[in-house]
Design a protein around this ligand. Structure first.
Ligand SMILES: N[C@@H](CCC(=O)N[C@@H](CSS)C(=O)NCC(=O)O)C(=O)O
Ligand code: FE2
Length: 298
């Protein structure tokens, strides 16, 4: 296991793990990453018994209309620092998103990507320029630059809440789904930010960036459909006006992923989609965390 070490991060172990990913031989244990003195709710943390704030999740779904991209703002507003993260920010809407962060009195600590996007430039580079304390996050398997390269099984803490990283390759080789902590002591159902692995009544295309319809099918079935049926699924895009779905709904009604794998592969081979308009600009920029100067340091 590669433990993620940052001088300012509280690094802890957690026994909770997502199901093992079928394409990974990793047997690593799970580090917990935390800023702002958070107190993971693990039995290993008796030493932190003085902290009393109950975690309270704030979630906002934000939309960028040119690429039909959803950005998600999450925060623990039960924590005195109100630590927050943005998932899949877009360069064009960074000012809107950061204004909202400020208006809500949040402390943005992470800007995450679910994968190297092909249709828009990520906002993470711009955010880091405007808020130097913010750390960019992407999967190690994406081969992109970021401050924090996460792997399947890692937990990313914001206050007393965390997102669990699940590898869900297939749309791209480095796609991950971020899932809210196991929810056993939380009043809300679990939530998963699926990127382009699973779209509402659809899924990400598999014809570029190391895509594989076999991998995508296995990823969704092993890592997303294994979550409780009431888990809320939030995708990175929607082209039909949907905003959210659930595991149960997609297991019943997803026109691609309810099929057997062979039929799924045939559907994916015959989508005949044109490449995203921004692809030639977006992919190289996003491999460099969205920084326009590709030689710039993250
Ligand atoms: N027309 C758009 C790109 C549309 C597209 O290809 N979307 C991707 C997600 S962004 S990489 C996709 O996987 N779509 C699957 C589908 O079934 O639509 C543009 O030019 O930007
Ligand atoms: Fe994508």
């Amino acid at each position: 296991m590669s433990q993620l070490r940052f001088h300012h991060l509280l690094l802890l172990r957690n026994s909770r793990r997502p199901p093992s990913f079928p394409f990974s031989s990793s047997t690593k244990t799970t580090p917990l990453l935390s800023l702002f003195g958070s107190t993971p709710r693990s039995g290993t943390m008796a030493a932190y018994s003085t902290v009393a704030e109950a975690p309270r999740l704030l979630l906002r779904q934000l939309f960028e209309k040119e690429s039909s991209t959803y950005t998600y703002l999450l925060a623990d507003v039960g924590h005195p620092d109100k630590p927050a993260m943005l998932v899949d920010p877009v360069d064009k809407t960074v000012d809107r998103d950061l204004t909202l962060v400020k208006e809500l009195g949040l402390k943005l600590i992470y800007a995450l990507n679910t994968h190297v996007h092909a249709d828009h430039v990520t906002g993470t580079g711009l955010i880091k320029g405007k808020m130097p304390g913010v750390k960019s996050v992407i999967s190690k398997s994406s081969n992109a630059k970021a401050d924090l390269l996460v792997e399947h099984g890692d937990n990313i803490y914001f206050g007393n809440l965390f997102l669990e990283v699940r590898a869900t390759p297939g749309h791209t080789m480095g796609c991950v789904t971020y899932v809210t902590g196991d929810g056993s002591d939380q009043p809300h159902p679990r939530m998963a930010f699926t990127g382009d692995a699973l779209l509402i009544r659809g899924c990400g295309r598999t014809d570029f960036q190391g895509g594989s319809s076999h991998q995508l099918y296995q990823s969704v079935h092993s890592q997303i459909f294994s979550l409780p049926k009431d888990t809320l699924l939030y995708p990175a895009h929607d082209y039909k006006g949907f905003t959210v779905t659930t595991v149960g709904e997609e297991m019943l009604y997803n026109p691609r992923l309810t099929k057997d794998e062979e039929t799924f592969q045939s559907i994916m081979e015959n989508l005949n989609l044109s490449y995203p308009k921004m692809m030639a600009v977006a992919v190289p920029a996003n491999l460099a965390c969205g920084l326009q100067d590709l030689n710039a340091k993250v």
